[in-house]
Design a binder for this molecule. Sequence first.
Ligand SMILES: [Zn+2]
Length: 199
Amino acid sequence: MEPHRVLVLNRSFEPLRVCDVRRAIVLLFTGRAERVEDTADLMRSPSIAIFVPSVIRLQRFIRRPLNHTLSFNKKNILKRDWYTCNYCGRNSGERMTIDHVIPRSLGGKTIWENVVSACRSCNTRKGSRTPQQAGMRLLRKPVKPISALYLTILAQSARHLHVWEKYLPAKAVRSLKGNGNSQEVYTCNGDVQSPLSLS
Ligand SMILES: [Zn+2]
């Protein structure tokens, strides 16, 4: 099972980074952070039992780290897509491939909005076709992450998103959920259009 991760907020409640539970406990027990949200899981030692934190807030305001450039590369595309296949939802780890939603042979561009991580079998099954032509559906609409910081935070949010999302900018969460509109249809010119009528 994926280990717990803890969202660290600045004193101003702005998200700063993600840390592991051990680091969060140290920050809490040394008084450098306070609990904001706990998970329902208990952590026990011989003398103490505490709830595993999910969100903590630093007591001192610290300057935000420089926002590193958001690079467009395979590693970051996999990160954005939680290392899961955007067609079947399976997690094939590092063996994941990158699929052009609109194939390059049909004019699809190599941009954030047209590439998704895909397992080898879905990629092979789809071939040089659009999802519609292949009878396949994207689980999430691919969008460009709003920053390198949020890409890193969201990549580690998989099992915590329901708790963390209220501390993250709505735009960042929308980018992860792909606007939650799986009904969108990709057309062959690389644009994304909503179906005229679904009802
Ligand atoms: Zn797949």
